[in-house]
Design a protein around this ligand. Structure first.
Ligand SMILES: Cc1cc2nc3c(=O)[nH]c(=O)nc-3n(C[C@H](O)[C@H](O)[C@H](O)COP(=O)(O)OP(=O)(O)OC[C@H]3O[C@@H](n4cnc5c(N)ncnc54)[C@H](O)[C@@H]3O)c2cc1C
Ligand code: FES
Length: 284
């Protein structure tokens, strides 16, 4: 699903200043930043699954998916987990701070292809961030889609993202949201097990469904196995390959996987395209 160049983005190498409008803490190491134009003007629109390159002066630049509602103009929302220097610098921003942004870049989730049928979202950890715009899109256009199923796994309860929204999504018509954690602890009353153990609680209609998954590569490989076992064709399974990136525009080769540059041909690919390039597929 290649996205045409965004109107308003003149030079993809030129960072644009954005102001942090608000910050919310999602977990102990993850924050969501809502950004708006810093100097009047407007921000480009985006498609679910696309990412920006976010830059902190003197620290560095990293790819971060856009996790907000694609139906809301002039705001770009990012959910960032602090794992190293740049991501930590971003999650410690406060309302009013300026950062810079390039993009949006990359391919998008196949929300148009899925129109008229069922949508399955399977996310692990921070992988729910790039998939949240899909959920917003389906719920904003509820009559255009069939059943929405969201399977979400995190390592522990304290790492679950968007917990209030998970609850409110599950109250929507024809929508099933199931959550799991690898390790629960004494106060956890929910499901325990890796995210693929949730498959036994859902009924999928292979002829109607488009599946979208994001998380650690090993998780996505087990998810694709489950989907294959339920006769869902490779062309209807999509994944986001989040290898690290530098230029984001197909110049540097940093993100190459097989014949693809993940930054411009991806990050979202069908499993049919990506299957042979994912590490160790046949060892599973
Ligand atoms: C297309 C794309 C979208 C992304 N979207 C998000 C997002 O929405 N939210 C978010 O928090 N992160 C996202 N990431 C990952 C994010 O870019 C990295 O966490 C970040 O680059 C780490 O930089 P750093 O300087 O903070 O840490 P570094 O010091 O560079 O790395 C710290 C640790 O994180 C590991 N790491 C670095 N990059 C990645 C990566 N891409 N995937 C897994 N581990 C990595 C390193 O191996 C190292 O162990 C995305 C990555 C890509 C390619
Ligand atoms: S990040 Fe440079 S080619 Fe993809």
């Amino acid at each position: 699903m290649t996205v045409p160049a965004q109107p308003g983005v003149l030079d993809p190498m030129l960072p644009v200043a954005v102001r942090v409008a608000s910050v919310s803490r999602d977990t102990y190491d993850t924050c969501t930043l809502v950004t708006e134009p810093a100097n009047g003007g407007s921000l480009p629109s985006f498609e679910p699954g696309q990412f920006s390159m976010l830059y902190r002066y003197g620290v560095g630049e990293v790819p971060i998916s856009i996790s907000g509602d694609p139906g809301v103009a002039n705001r770009l929302v990012y959910t960032i987990r602090a794992v190293g220097a740049v991501s930590t610098s971003l999650v410690t921003r406060q309302a009013g701070d300026i950062i810079t942004m390039r993009g949006p870049f990359g391919s998008c989730w196949p929300v148009e292809k899925a129109r008229g049928g069922d949508v399955l979202v399977v996310a692990g950890g921070i992988g729910l961030a790039p998939l949240r715009p899909v959920i917003y899109h389906v719920l904003n256009n509820r009559k255009d889609y069939g059943r929405l199923t969201v399977l979400y796994g995190a390592r522990s309860p304290k790492e679950l993202l968007f917990t209030k929204e998970l609850k409110s999504w599950s109250a929507q018509p024809d929508t099933q949201v199931l959550t799991s954690v690898d390790t629960g602890g004494t106060s956890w009353r929910g499901h325990v097990g890796v995210v693929t153990t949730l498959f036994e609680y859902v009924k999928l209609r292979p002829e109607r469904i488009v599946a979208m998954t994001c998380g650690p590569e090993i998780m996505m490989r087990f998810v694709t196995r489950q989907l294959e076992g339920r006769a869902i064709p490779h062309e209807k399974i999509y994944l986001s390959m989040e290898l690290n990136m530098k230029c984001a525009v197909g110049f540097c080769g940093h993100c190459q996987m097989g014949p693809y540059f993940l930054c411009k041909d991806g990050p979202v690919f069908s499993y049919a395209e990506m299957r042979q390039w994912m590490g160790g597929h046949h060892e599973l």
